[in-house]
Design a protein around this ligand. Structure first.
Ligand code: PMP
Length: 447
């Protein structure tokens, strides 16, 4: 990358500022509410950022700051920003045209690669966002079972549509009894009736789910098979196996929402990593390294319902340029690459643990190699959403601001996404910044 005015070491005398971003967000707020195009980009301290470009693990913002990026587009950029092989494939495809409302060979190749890698995937249909793919999966499950009810879990996120945007991040005051959580909407304007067919349960509690499914009226259980939105929580010993058995016994479709875990935790996602195969799974994010691709995949008898009454649509589904990106991404994601990224994620985890222990910060550091989570204030790793409510969010936001000033961009929700470009040198710079950020916060009494 070229040298920039704000480039420097991670020491306090080189703290970055974000005035250009702040000004541009303020100006752009005239045309876009909040100056952004997604609510998940709002309310970020000290300001939502405006970016110029990115390469590898680095983003350059409107102030010329070079930032080590752990947002990675909220997860997709597993090969880093602007990977050469993907850019070449996309550019070549663009020369052939943009959108045909018809099929292409590149789309068939993308489908073949997904089916080859994902254990549950006998067939696949593409969409352009995870939220949509989840709607397709729910519709297929309802058509297959003739039932309406869906079970989801507290703290799991399945997109922003009315029928699933419940109990995503409820406050303790709203959430009710831990064993029988209250269904809490996450947005104003959400159709109240859209939640009527939804039951919310605590995750990682098999007995409660078994009891619910035994009533025989649930079309589908949907879950993040490893919790990544609210924290980084692995399924308990035998939990996924138990869920699988309870779904099979009650004729319930098991849906793994692998929008984050898919093509990130392993080539075959969490279902490969934890060796439990759902009936259907949804994908997005890392499937195409930043292009708008999502997918619903699963058993062919279920997927075939898409030609027997289930309507699945989308103008931009399997858009050829995005499909070229999918093929290039999936071909790049070799077992060696997953191992390398996991190694760097483990190094990041170990480094955090060492810093927090040496500087006496109470924090849980958990993860799955290619994904890491830090929870300030937690004495031990969380097992479910309720445990995560103990996180000291204001202190962590301070930490993120201090990191940003030192050239590291990390999500305020505690998540750290790794890419192949986060090599040992990048991790070392990150840990250097984290150590200095904690030192500064401790010295000023903010941590
Ligand atoms: N499911 C999960 C597990 C997710 O993390 C997300 C996005 N963060 C979605 C679904 C929704 O995907 P999209 O934003 O592409 O609609």
């Amino acid at each position: 990358m070229t040298a920039t005015p704000n480039r420097g070491t991670t020491r306090t005398n080189a703290l970055r500022t974000f005035e250009q971003s702040r000004k541009q967000i303020e100006r752009n707020s005239k045309w876009m509410p909040g100056g952004v195009s997604s609510n998940f980009r709002l309310n970020i301290a000290p300001t939502p950022l405006v970016f110029e470009r990115g390469e590898g693990a680095i983003l350059v913002d409107a102030d010329g700051n070079e930032l080590i990026d752990y947002y990675l587009g909220m997860g997709p950029m597993i090969l880093g920003h602007k990977p050469p092989a993907l850019c070449e494939a996309v550019t070549k495809q663009l020369e052939k045209g943009i959108l045909f409302a018809g099929q292409t060979e590149i789309e068939a190749e993308a489908a073949r690669l997904v089916c080859e890698r994902v254990p549950c995937a006998e067939q696949v249909r593409f969409n352009t966002s995870g939220s949509e793919a989840i709607q397709a999966a729910l519709r297929i499950a309802r058509a297959a079972t003739g039932r309406s009810r869906i079970v989801k879990f507290e703290g799991h996120y399945h997109g922003w549509f009315d029928n699933v945007l419940w109990s995503v991040a409820p406050s303790l005051a709203d959430a009710g009894d831990g064993d029988a959580p209250t269904r809490v909407p996450a947005s104003t304007g959400q159709l109240p009736e859209a939640g009527d067919a939804l039951d919310v349960l605590p995750w990682n509690d098999l007995a409660l789910l078994e009891a619910r499914l035994a009533r025989g009226d649930v079309a589908a259980v949907i879950m993040e098979p490893a919790m990544c939105n609210a924290g980084a929580i692995a399924p308990g010993e035998g939990y996924l196996e138990g869920v699988r058995a309870a779904c099979s016994a009650s004729g319930t479709i098991l849906i793994f929402d692998e929008v984050i875990t898919g093509f990130r935790l392993a080539a075959g996602g969490a279902q490969e990593r934890f060796n439990v195969t759902p009936d259907l799974a949804t994908f997005g994010k890392a499937i195409a390294n930043g292009f708008a691709v999502a997918a619903v995949a699963g058993r062919s008898d279920l997927m075939e319902l898409c030609v027997k009454g289930v309507l699945h649509g989308g103008t931009y589904n399997s858009q050829p340029i995005s499909m070229a990106a999918t093929v290039a991404t999936l071909r790049s994601l070799t077992p060696e690459l997953y191992a390398r990224i996991a190694g760097q994620g483990d190094a990041l985890q170990q480094g955090f643990k060492e810093i927090f222990s040496r500087r006496q910060v109470t924090a849980s550091v958990t993860g799955f190699g290619q994904f890491v989570h830090v929870g300030f204030g937690l004495e031990r790793p969380a097992r479910n959403y309720r445990d995560l409510l103990g996180i000291d969010k204001p202190a962590y936001v301070e930490f993120c601001q201090a990191l940003l000033a030192r050239g590291v961009r990390a999500l305020e929700r505690g998540a750290w996404f790794l890419s192949s470009e986060h090599d040992a040198a990048v991790i070392a710079r990150t840990l250097d910044a984290a150590d200095d950020a904690v030192r500064a916060l401790k010295e000023s009494g903010r941590l």
